[in-house]
Write a protein of this length. Structure first.
Length: 1087
């Protein structure tokens, strides 16, 4: 904009602020005294609000404008009155009409993205004059209208999207606080606490300067009035001459005082500036908190609460006579205090990311922007033609080499690719280390890179260790305490609360805080005054009465599951707002619980003390918690003591496995299930009842009720049901009762102890290792690596979402995306000629020909979509086309190296943009070759089909027609091929391009086998899919291996990932072994 302004030829006024000539400086000074932040952005916003022709709609997430407007409009001396309403205020339209009639100001607060249609005439503001009186046209009615009426609208939403009919009728003003404005506020607070006299002098100077400038303007106006009113010669008017002389003398005195005041203010500002680093750190931390709302909608933080915490930090931090040391002590204390107070309201998976954001903002000057962005996105390679050959193809994947090749283009990493060619064995040894982040890099790279750059290198080679290396970096930069989140102490949160502040539990699946809250109530002697209600349809009147009674007599009121009563939340918001100004019994506390939900009121979240509830992590923690809730009386409740105690231990272990297995992501469960304590409690009671009822252990009944009814009631995926039954058969059988110290896993320290007192069971559990190995679940150590890689990817993607459009130079972003779009367009395959292919096939098309035509049709639609998107994107970046929301989304995806969602409609994929683009080219080539000759390939690349199940059905149809049999009588026979296939089979098809996950392949024996360390996927040889007539005989030692289209085994809504079952020989281990491993075949990978 500055460049275009200069080119236009308009005169330039360096340093001139728009606000200086749009509003009188003394007015702005008065606004500052009334609560307007002192930065120029806020000043310009205030000018727009006061001078706009349409009523202002103010985006005000931190209530800065709300406070200023309330102070500005509530001026008794000016006989102005402000009425604050919202859409929940009873008869709010009647109040608004009264304000219009009497000329009062009205503030409509906390609106959402939609508005009541009744407000539209007020926004239109169509004034009609009749007989000298003003009226507002409201439909067919005319309402009395006073020209002194002022109307303001505010929303707490930080990024609302209003429909054109709202946006065009209002002046939308973004009043979200800026860093500069917050720094000024915090600087005033810290100086006021540390040097109160200095801050008093500053306030005095601000007032004197404002009054002085106002007086000068009054004198100027008075002079102009007198001169304008004078008649005849000015020199002959002695009274006028004396008045002019007096005004001149007064102006000279005022101006002299003003100059002195300004000089004094500058001296005070220089003294205050010594504390600027404190305000700067505190402001940065608040903006980190503000960004967390983009991670989860429940992470909302109030500026008022933050300022209060800042004041506590100033008060409680250690004092020092040395200013430098005092600043350091205060910064350290406040940073730690923000971390502690924030962590209790964050989910475990977001705590490291929060620490990372805090650390990055504190040491921002030491981290290159290019390094940071590469850490988040990795290298995007669309064309490998110009790429150097992979020097270590035996252990380094193509994706790793893509990352290294792109990293080498950044300053500081030039030549790192050659290092792999020079020291391949050393790098392989580093790569295979269990904790590579703890050992030096190879060659000169250990000394030439700083610690953050080493994390970038590790991200390229071992992304599974990314979180550990980030944690290590945080500990070195800002302290170990920022990598060890404090344990939630609800009693401490209670101590920090007051009767006016709600306390809210943000829920996790399978966790109910009611029991722990009742225990706290008992400890605090509040159990008899504890009231709880689970919200839902028709419960709101009861909840309102409970709160009213609680406020009056001092109850603890717990409203559970607020997300089930979102329609009542605005009313609850109003109740909580009234708590701030009305009487509350000192013992009253309002406890809430809710699942994360984007529509939960922001104002409640900002007002509340937030706590997250999550199940304990690890087998040991889960077992320990279960046994802490079991009493001697409950263990003694069953007559068959020995059986019961062993099976209870087995049930506890089974329950812990069910919950903890999800940490292995897709190798754990295909779908994430919410197993909870109710499942355990009912199963516990089932054991006691059935063991008492039957002399012979009723295994079938127990396994059915526990596995199929209780836990199985949650399970929706058939393959997860198979896994559940595998575990239940392992832990509920005669051996559990007869074998001494029955082993629960391959690890020796997990076993079922003999009959013992309850305390002994607890002691045995306390001896379990704090962090279990994957073998405890029947998993391979690689399962941990796979899940950690997914977690690292999620961390990077979430961090990338936080960067926003202003995260780096916009021109460089546009240039990067423009180059990517151009590169993709140049390599985008041409569409396949559908009509020509169909014509050459003739009338009698085989099932395989029909499938080919369907695939051509789908890929042509996709290629057209991609081509049009890329052309439009190029035009949009160059300014020839308006960037629609869909184009902006494609722009962001390409910059971040993700595949835009519209391009994934043809087939799902988890590949990065570069890998996906190359994969698309190969897919189109596969069908292009087939279409060119109409001769089916020798081996079909099953992953290339957008609907592989359709292809497999076509093969069955072909065989059924050939054999003259019903397709329902045919099943698949699978034969892995030892040698490379040269000719097509006589019957069926060869299928290639499949990968084993959770196992490796023994080429000689043609069986499943254990994978080596870091072998996460294993390519399978071509497999002969041969249709055969169904028989009842089934070979022994076979594993039914599910085949999935891509790693997200649950698929997506409307698109199932499961394709077919392939029978593979299970080798040295039974099929149950591979079931627990989550062994499956994938048609495509995530890299």
């Amino acid at each position: 904009m500055d460049i275009r302004y200069k080119r236009s030829g308009f005169p330039d006024f360096p340093g001139l602020q728009h606000s200086e000539f749009l509003e009188k400086p003394h007015i702005v000074r008065m606004w500052n005294k009334l609560g307007l932040p002192t930065d120029n952005f806020s000043t310009e916003n205030a000018i727009i609000i006061t001078q706009c022709s349409k009523w202002p709609l103010i985006i005000d997430p931190q209530s800065q404008a709300w406070k200023w407007i309330k102070n500005k409009e509530n001026v008794p001396s000016a006989k102005r009155t402000l009425h604050v309403i919202d859409f929940g205020t009873p008869k709010y339209m009647l109040l608004l009409e009264q304000c219009m009639k009497k000329g009062f100001s009205c503030l409509l607060q906390n609106i959402h993205e939609t508005m009541d249609p009744n407000i539209i005439p007020v926004l239109d503001n169509v004034i009609i004059w009749k007989g000298g009186d003003a009226y507002l046209k409201c439909g067919d009615k005319l309402l009395d209208y006073n020209l002194d009426f002022r109307f303001y609208i505010t929303t707490k939403l930080s990024n609302p999207h209003y429909l054109p009919e709202i946006a065009t009728r209002t002046t939308v003003v973004n009043f979200a606080i800026k860093l500069e404005g917050l720094e000024a506020q915090l600087l005033g607070i810290v100086v006021g606490k540390e040097k109160p006299k200095l801050e008093e002098e500053k306030d005095t100077m601000v007032t004197e300067i404002a009054e002085g400038k106002a007086l000068l303007i009054e004198l100027e106006d008075e002079l102009l009035r007198l001169l304008t009113a004078a008649s005849g010669s000015i020199l002959d008017d002695e009274d006028l001459f004396k008045t002019l002389q007096t005004s001149k003398s007064t102006a000279i005195n005022v101006n002299a005082r003003l100059i002195q005041s300004i000089e004094t203010e500058q001296e005070i500002d220089r003294a205050r500036q010594e504390y600027y680093s404190i305000a700067q750190r505190a402001a940065l931390l608040f903006f980190v908190l503000k960004d967390m709302a983009l991670v989860d909608p429940m992470y909302q933080f109030s500026l008022d609460s933050y300022i209060s915490l800042f004041g506590i930090s100033i008060k409680k931090s250690k004092k020092s006579d040395t200013l430098t040391e005092r600043i350091q002590l205060l910064n350290d204390y406040h940073t730690a205090s923000v971390y502690r107070n924030t962590c209790r309201g964050l989910f475990e998976r977001h705590k490291l990311m929060f620490s990372f954001l805090v650390c990055l903002n504190i040491v921002e000057d030491t981290v290159e922007k290019t390094d940071f962005m590469f850490l988040l996105t990795g290298g995007i390679v669309l064309n490998r033609d110009a790429q150097a050959d992979n020097p270590c193809p035996d252990w380094m994947s193509a994706e790793i080499w893509d990352n290294i090749s792109e990293l080498e283009k950044l300053p500081g990493y030039i030549g790192i690719g050659r290092s792999f060619a020079q020291h391949p064995k050393d790098w392989q040894g580093w790569f295979l280390r269990t904790e590579p982040e703890t050992v030096p890099l190879i060659g000169e790279w250990e000394n030439s890179l700083n610690m953050f750059q080493k994390i970038v290198v590790l991200r390229c080679l071992r992304p599974d260790r990314l979180q550990f290396s980030i944690s290590k970096w945080i500990a070195i930069c800002i302290g170990l305490q920022f990598t060890e989140p404090p344990v939630l102490d609800v009693s401490q949160v209670l101590e920090d609360s007051t009767a006016q502040i709600p306390l809210i539990f943000v829920l996790s699946p399978g966790v109910d805080p009611t029991h722990s809250l009742m225990q706290l109530a008992e400890t605090k002697r509040m159990l008899k005054r504890f009231r709880t209600l689970s919200l839902g349809q028709g419960q709101s009147p009861i909840a309102t009465k409970m709160i009213e009674e609680g406020v009056r007599v001092g109850h603890w009121v717990f409203l559970a599951n607020c997300h089930l009563s979102l329609s009542w939340m605005p009313s609850l918001d109003k109740i909580i707002e009234n708590l701030q100004t009305s009487y509350c019994h000192g013992d009253f506390r309002l406890w809430l619980s809710s699942n994360p939900h984007p529509d939960f009121p922001i104002s409640i979240l900002q007002t509340s003390l937030k706590m997250t509830t999550e199940p304990p992590k690890g087998l040991k923690a889960n077992m320990k918690r279960l046994y802490n809730n079991i009493t001697d009386d409950r263990l003694d409740s069953c007559k068959c003591q020995e059986k019961f105690r062993k099976l209870v231990f087995s049930l506890c272990w089974f329950h812990a496995l069910m919950i903890e297995r999800k940490k292995f992501q897709t190798l754990g469960w295909n779908v994430d299930y919410s197993f909870n304590d109710a499942d355990f409690e009912v199963s516990f009671n089932i054991l006691a009842i059935y063991l008492d009822e039957y002399s012979v252990t009723p295994w079938d009944a127990l396994k059915y009720l526990i596995a199929a009814v209780m836990y199985g009631g949650h399970v929706t995926d058939d393959w997860d049901k198979r896994l559940l039954l595998t575990y239940i058969y392992q832990y509920f059988n005669d051996d559990v009762l007869t074998v001494k110290n029955y082993k629960l896993s391959s690890l020796a320290y997990y076993y079922i102890p003999e009959d013992a007192p309850l305390a002994m069971y607890r002691d045995i559990i306390s001896e379990f290792p704090p962090f279990e190995q994957p073998q405890a679940f029947g998993q391979h150590p690689n399962a941990d690596i796979a899940s950690l890689m997914i977690e690292s990817k999620v961390l990077c993607r979430t961090m990338m979402n936080l960067q926003g459009t202003g995260s780096s130079d916009d021109s460089s972003k546009e240039e990067k995306v423009l180059n990517l779009a151009s590169d993709m367009l140049s390599k985008l395959p041409a569409t396949i000629n559908y009509d020509s292919t169909a014509e050459r096939m003739g009338e009698n098309k085989t099932p395989l020909m029909v499938v080919l035509l369907q695939e051509i049709q789908r890929y042509n639609v996709l290629l057209d979509e991609i081509g049009k998107s890329l052309v439009d994107l190029q035009k949009g970046i160059k300014g020839f086309l308006v960037m629609s929301p869909s184009l902006e989304n494609i722009f962001d995806c390409m910059y971040e190296g993700r595949v835009p969602a519209p391009w994934l409609k043809a087939y799902p994929s988890l590949l990065s943009l570069g890998s996906w683009s190359r994969d698309l080219i190969h897919r189109v080539e596969h069908f292009n070759r087939w279409a060119a000759t109409l001769t089916p390939p020798i081996a079909f690349w099953l992953s290339a089909f957008t609907f592989p199940t359709g292809f497999l059905t076509a093969v069955l149809q072909t065989s059924a027609r050939k054999e003259g049999k019903s397709i329902d009588l045919l099943v698949w026979d699978f034969t892995p091929q030892e040698q490379a296939v040269v000719f097509p089979p006589e019957d069926g098809v060869y299928v290639r391009g499949m990968y084993l996950e959770g196992a490796s392949w023994h080429k000689k024996n043609q069986t499943l086998m254990e994978p080596s360390l870091m072998e996460l996927f294993c390519p399978l040889p071509p497999i002969h899919f041969r249709p055969v007539e169904q028989t009842k005989q089934r070979p022994k030692g076979m594993y039914d291996c599910p085949v999935y289209y891509y790693p997200q085994r649950a698929g997506t809504q409307g698109r199932e990932a499961f394709v077919v079952v392939v029978e593979l020989r299970s080798g040295e281990h039974p099929s149950e072994f591979w079931i627990k491993r989550g062994t499956a075949i994938l048609l495509s990978l995530s890299n």
